[in-house]
Design a binder for this molecule. Structure first.
Ligand code: GRF
Length: 202
């Protein structure tokens, strides 16, 4: 299955996906990386892996819809079938969702529905949560509201700050996201309303 990864920044999740592919553990091919921000580390990671990468800056588009139309055009041109948001700092519109129904995934650094939106790790610390984690979910019209494929729990330690908690959550993100993309690519994911069932490899 042909995969695109959409990014805006450092791309450690992109790296985990590329590494899984290189190990033969993705069952998908990363055909394209798109960043809405120029000069980010993600673009270096794509180049290093020999994956085509494009910068599609959001400035210059009259609306979110116009931006998403341009994005869909690029994804279609690359033969993309599955889309992974990996630190893509854009609200996406029904234009993109409609072009890839049930085929857009995101990873979020909390146990949703707790702490959606920006700065999820900071929210967990400010709330005094003892456990947080990460969630892989399908993307829908809402903000981090789509059906959940998988979650991993991470303890919040007494001495944590945002950086230390973020780093501990990322370890789990890098394991969980490629595994879930693989499950989708292998057709092992079935959706029943909001319940998502992942079957084991045979
Ligand atoms: C991760 O924490 C991810 O959960 C969130 O954005 C961050 C991206 O990090 N959606 P990276 O660019 O993959 O390092």
């Amino acid at each position: 299955m042909n995969l695109a990864v959409l990014v805006s920044g450092s791309g450690t999740n992109l790296q985990a996906i590329l590494d899984a592919e290189a190990r033969g553990e993705l069952s998908a091919k990363v055909k394209l990386v798109v960043s809405n921000v120029a000069g980010v580390k993600s673009l270096e990671r794509a180049a290093q892996a020999g994956v085509p990468a494009e910068v599609l800056p959001h400035k210059g588009f009259a609306s979110r819809e116009a931006y998403d139309d341009a994005l869909v055009e690029r994804l279609r041109a690359a033969g993309v079938e599955l889309v992974a948001l990996a630190g893509f700092m854009r609200i996406i519109t029904p234009r993109l969702l409609g072009a890839f129904p049930g085929r857009i995934l995101n990873i979020h650094p909390s146990l949703l529905p707790a702490f959606p939106g920006l700065h999820a790790q900071r929210q967990a610390l400010e709330h005094g949560a003892k456990v947080t984690g990460c969630t892989v979910h399908f993307v829908d019209e809402g903000c981090d509201t789509g059906a959940i494929l998988a979650q991993a729990a991470v303890p919040v330690l007494d001495g944590d700050n945002e950086a230390s908690l973020t780093a501990r959550i990322l370890v789990e993100e890098h394991r969980l996201y490629p595994a879930m993309l693989r499950a989708v690519a292998e057709g092992r994911v079935s959706v029943h309303g909001r319940r998502v069932v992942i079957s084991s490899p045979v």
